[in-house]
Design a protein around this ligand. Structure first.
Ligand SMILES: Cc1cc2nc3c(=O)[nH]c(=O)nc-3n(C[C@H](O)[C@H](O)[C@H](O)COP(=O)(O)O)c2cc1C
Ligand code: SF4
Length: 456
């Protein structure tokens, strides 16, 4: 357990030659010999689970896209590099260190599921990552690695929902990031299957036919792990980590620690060790009070942190591993203020296609924000939270429920309101030295995704 650099490597790689010198390209060249089923077997054996938050088994997802024959339509692959989860910077960090393994992973995935067009999706604001990926794609194309597969870079908006896979496909088709109804393996890219989706009819950029065009969406870290797994074998990868969470995970630590940063750990390493290794402890005179792993899982308290960072370890605590992005809050943190900050982020980012989500999350935010001078009725709060997921198209309101409900016992236990900290829950903008800068504009973002000129 502990630090284990399988994907991050010892140094950033600056050219395809550097990558090839470390074994890069060998996995792709093995695909012809292994065949799609041989690669799928290695991915299954590795036990790799998606690193975009849900931990879904990668082999199962790939098989579901590959199945169905020609009748299911064209296949596509999308690398999700939208990275908008608060407290997470690992995909961008990985791309900055080694974009080549991502591109090789995408090409292997495309070969296995039978895709001829693949997309690497990044936010428009991720300019360093876009440059790195563009260069890597150019070098790999010039080297003729997979001439039959076209790789397109898609630059999307800053909205949190851009990273949600059903919204991501909308953006690739030239639409706004509003989640469509059905998942990508059922309703893929450029299909005109009767729908489904925000647009009432056929949308501008859908040129396809009536097949469902199953589309594989995987997170950047997930796809970056593929070349190593194919090259070295699934067994070798599975030897790392735990039985249910094999391999390594690239973790981010931010918040009230001395340092911020990103590092790769063997799965099963205690969360406390991850926070200490990256964060170097809490400032003098302060103690750790809460940890949030993104904004999709129940809060962790100081005495929970011996828990292994694994899917099963955190699930056993009623929480979740998410993207391995740990936001640390010290003893000054008031649970109501923390809940309000999370709820504000989610309610603003909710797109409003499902009224129970938008209106419910907004109401929860206003109850939490208004508690100064007004007793917060936790029964009302709980009742309101219970309904936010009604008829939801995506997981965002479930995230609201999971985080805010987990803070209710903390609110009940904390009698006096702590000093307000002006907490901001939002995406990371960049790593500057050993501190992350946060997207301060989020404070001005309104529920209709416009920005006010003064803090609301
Ligand atoms: C509101 C919301 C935002 C999301 N944002 C991201 C994101 O920025 N990056 C990402 O990889 N997955 C994100 N996801 C998860 C994706 O929908 C999808 O599950 C993931 O890309 C699948 O890849 P994986 O199987 O490799 O984990 C988000 C999900 C939700 C509900
Ligand atoms: S559940 Fe919320 S965020 Fe998701 S599509 Fe519906 S309104 Fe939008």
């Amino acid at each position: 357990m502990g630090v284990r650099r399988v994907l991050l490597g010892s140094e950033p790689l600056w050219s395809l030659d550097d990558y090839v010198a470390t074994g890069g390209g060998r996995a792709l060249s093995m695909v012809g010999r292994l065949g799609a089923s041989g690669v799928l077997d290695e991915v299954d054996i590795s036990g790799l689970r998606g690193r975009g938050g849900a931990g879904f088994p990668v082999g199962v997802k790939w098989r579901s896209i590959a199945e169905g024959g020609a009748a299911a339509g064209e296949r596509f692959v999308v690398a999700n590099g939208a990275e908008g989860e608060p407290g997470t910077f690992k995909d961008r960090f990985l791309i900055r260190r080694n974009p080549y393994q991502l591109v090789e992973g995408v090409l292997i995935a495309a070969t296995v599921v039978g895709a001829r067009r693949v997309f690497i999706a990044l936010k428009r604001s991720f300019s360093i990552e876009a440059e790195r990926v563009t260069r890597a794609v150019q070098e790999i194309e010039a080297a003729g690695w997979a001439p039959e597969i076209g790789i397109e870079l898609v630059r999307g908006p800053d909205e949190y929902l851009f990273g949600e896979e059903k919204a991501l496909l909308e953006v690739i088709e030239g639409e706004d990031p509003l989640p469509r109804m059905f998942p990508p393996y059922i309703y893929g890219l450029f299909t005109n299957n009767p729908q489904m989706g925000w647009s009432a009819g056929q949308t501008r950029n859908r040129g396809g036919g009536a097949a469902s065009n199953p589309t594989l969406v995987n997170n950047v870290e997930t796809l970056s792990a593929i070349p190593t797994i194919v090259r070295e074998g699934g067994e070798r990868y599975r030897a790392l980590g735990t039985v249910e969470s094999p391999g390594t995970i690239v973790c981010t630590v931010s918040g009230d620690t001395r340092r911020h940063g990103v590092e790769e750990f063997e799965l099963g390493t205690p969360v406390a060790e991850i926070i200490d290794t990256i964060g170097g402890g809490i400032a003098d005179g302060r103690t750790l009070k809460y940890v949030l792993s993104g904004v999709a899982n129940a809060v962790l308290r100081a005495d929970d942190l011996d828990v292994p960072a694994s899917y099963e370890g955190l699930a056993a605590l009623g929480s979740g591993l998410g993207t391995g992005g740990f936001m640390v809050f010290d003893d000054r943190t008031d649970p109501v203020e923390l809940a309000a900050a999370v709820s504000r982020f989610l309610s603003v980012e909710s797109c409003g296609q499902c009224p129970a989500c938008k209106l419910g999350c907004e109401h929860v935010t206003s109850l939490l924000e208004a508690r100064t001078g007004v007793a917060l009725d936790l029964g009302v709060l709980s009742g309101r939270l219970g309904a936010v997921t009604d008829a939801a198209r995506c997981y965002l309101p479930t995230q609201e429920q999971r985080v805010i409900e987990s803070l209710i016992p903390e609110m009940r236990a904390s009698r006096a309101q702590a000093e307000r900290r002006d907490l901001l829950i939002t995406k990371i903008v960049d790593l500057v030295g050993d501190r992350f800068s946060l997207d301060d504009k989020q404070r001005l973002k309104q529920p209709d995704w416009t920005f006010s000129t003064a803090a609301s």
